[in-house]
Design a protein. Structure first.
Lengths: 116, 113
């Protein structure tokens, strides 16, 4: 079984500052990793994904994440945040190819609060 | 860009009543999912559906829940006899392949009174 831990429930940051949202996972099998963003009263929108290959993945809106297998982490980063990045961010994991139905296991979410 | 659409956006129901939540997945997608998010908690997997049958379900998805794809375009979640603890936001998602990213609808907020 897989599980995801997002270490920070809230991250306040000033506009134009860098930010890192932390995500750790546990799994006995290989995994696919995702970051989703949820704006108020909306569904989840994919920011980026790691399936295989390069451990540094780039997503939309200037976000990137690095897969670290030894530390079982997939932290999300942005070098300079905007007010519009204020939202809830979810890290999610899906089991690798074996017996995968594609179900996503989500972390608790991190609220990113960007202040002017 | 194609979207997953969910109706209604908000459903208020008396405890014990049946409720049907509706979803129209993206047309060429083959895998369908329901998730729920209780207020203030994380998004939880309920069920996955492929090739007209359930491929996986969680412990939450008990006998009170059922899913159906009645006409090749809609994907429904039925709760037979609602409980107070069923109050949550329910999200539908679809994808063209199980390793492809899932596309989510905006959700249905279900309030049980």
């Amino acid at each position: 079984a897989q599980s995801v831990t997002q270490l920070d429930s809230q991250v306040p940051v000033f506009e134009e500052a860098p930010v890192e949202l932390r995500c750790n996972y546990s799994s006995s099998v290989s995994v696919y990793l995702f970051w989703y963003v949820q704006y108020p009263n909306q569904g989840l929108q994919l920011l980026l994904k790691y399936l295989s290959g390069s451990t540094l993945v780039k997503g939309i809106n200037g976000f990137e994440a690095e897969f670290n297998k030894s530390q079982t982490s997939f932290h999300l980063r942005k070098p300079s945040v905007h007010i519009s990045d204020t939202a809830e961010y979810f890290c999610a994991v899906s089991a690798g190819p074996s017996g995968n139905t594609g179900k996503l296991i989500f972390g608790q979410g991190t609220t990113l609060q960007v202040k002017p | 860009e194609p979207e997953v659409t969910q109706t209604p956006s908000h459903q208020v129901t008396q405890m014990g009543q049946e409720v049907i939540l509706r979803c129209v997945p993206i047309s060429n997608h083959l895998y369908f999912y329901w998730y729920r998010q209780i207020l203030g908690q994380k998004v939880e997997f309920l069920v996955s559906f492929y090739n007209n049958e359930i491929s996986e379900k969680s412990e939450i998805f008990d006998d009170q829940f059922s899913v159906e794809r009645p006409d090749g375009s809609n994907f429904t979640l039925k709760i037979r006899s609602t409980k107070l603890e069923d109050s949550a936001m329910y999200f539908c998602a679809s994808t063209e392949g199980y390793i492809q990213p899932q596309h989510f609808g905006d959700g249905t907020r279900l309030s049980i009174l």
